[in-house]
Design a binder for this molecule. Structure first.
Ligand code: NCD
Length: 306
């Protein structure tokens, strides 16, 4: 298995063996994340974020700092030269002279792939439009494995905006490497993208429904996402689905004991705040897991561990 110098553009570029190896490396990073280390001393991560972000950008930066490296970048494309009309290719060709690795978030699908084609340094896709968010899927898998002991054998529901949500696209592809049953729960207008559905259906059992109550008592993992309001081509379409699902204490009355509820965050109104105090809620643990997973990825692609 070779990770050094690799781009992370789509979760589909990784085999199950490679994903398992990344999860194993993330586990090794747990004590290092608490103590700090200098294995990436002298290395620079650039974070180029053309869309809003809290966790993805800050956890990449935190991961780099905990490994002894440094970070540069921008979170407001408005203040970078992009505002003057610079195109993405020129921006990448410039930043790669400064940095050893670049994490990029961009509103356009295909942007990360394009960046990887022109860059000499590895590109990590921190979200490409509604398409994919591969490092989120890796930290989601890491969280499932850590909380449930293993991924194989589980029944997993993805609830919410399966059409425009990029995290659920990457996660569905990732889960199709494992022996899981998947329930896709969404309003009709926000059903899973056809191309994702077609690919995963050939690999694992998948059932679609529009009502979480149909499946909630059967599942081991409930992964909730917000409606991606900003990606709707038309506000009227958004208004039709706004508030159409919400997980509250009443949803959880008869669930399995070891159920875990995950969410990539940010949350809007799809999980009631009362749920946070239940033993099921693991979405803030997920945030920590994002640090160790990204530490593993940075260390692997920069060749500091193998
Ligand atoms: C997600 C994203 O940006 O796709 N957030 C994240 O990276 N944790 C989910 C979202 O914005 O709903």
């Amino acid at each position: 298995m070779k990770f050094e110098g690799r781009d992370i553009i789509s979760i589909r570029d990784f085999t199950r063996e490679e994903i398992d190896y990344i999860l194993e490396t993330a586990r090794i990073m747990e004590p290092i994340a608490r103590k700090g280390s200098d294995i990436l001393k002298g290395k620079i991560l650039a974070t180029l974020f053309f869309e809003p972000s809290t966790r993805t950008r800050l956890s990449f930066e935190t991961a780099m700092i905990k490994l002894g490296g440094s970070t540069i970048g921008f979170a407001e494309a408005e203040i970078a030269s992009v505002r003057k009309g610079e195109n993405l290719v020129d921006t990448i060709r410039t930043v790669e002279k400064y940095a050893d690795v670049i994490a990029l978030r961009h509103p356009l699908e295909g942007a990360a792939r394009l960046a990887a084609e022109v860059a000499e340094v590895p590109i990590i896709n921190g979200g490409s439009g509604a398409e994919e968010h591969p490092t989120q899927a890796m930290l989601d898998l890491y969280t499932i494995q850590k909380e449930k002991g293993c991924i194989d054998g589980l029944k997993i529901a993805l609830l919410g905006d399966l059409r425009y949500g990029r995290t659920v696209h990457s996660l569905a592809y990732a889960l199709s490497n494992y022996d899981v049953e998947l329930y896709l729960v969404s309003p009709d207008a926000l059903r899973m993208r056809r191309e994702v559905l077609e690919e995963i259906r050939g690999r694992i059992p998948v059932k679609e429904t529009s009502n979480i109550n149909d499946v909630i008592n059967d599942v081991d993992v409930l992964y909730v996402t917000r409606i991606q309001k900003e990606r709707f081509p038309d506000v009227a379409e958004y208004m039709k689905v706004k508030g159409s699902y919400r997980v509250g204490l009443e949803t959880l009355e008869k669930v399995k004991n070891g159920l875990i509820i995950l969410h990539p965050l940010p949350r809007t109104d799809e999980i009631a705040p009362e749920v946070d105090a239940t033993p099921y809620a693991k979405y803030f643990q997920q945030v920590w897991n994002g640090i160790v997973t990204r530490m593993a990825l940075l260390a692997l692609i920069l060749g500091a561990v193998n």
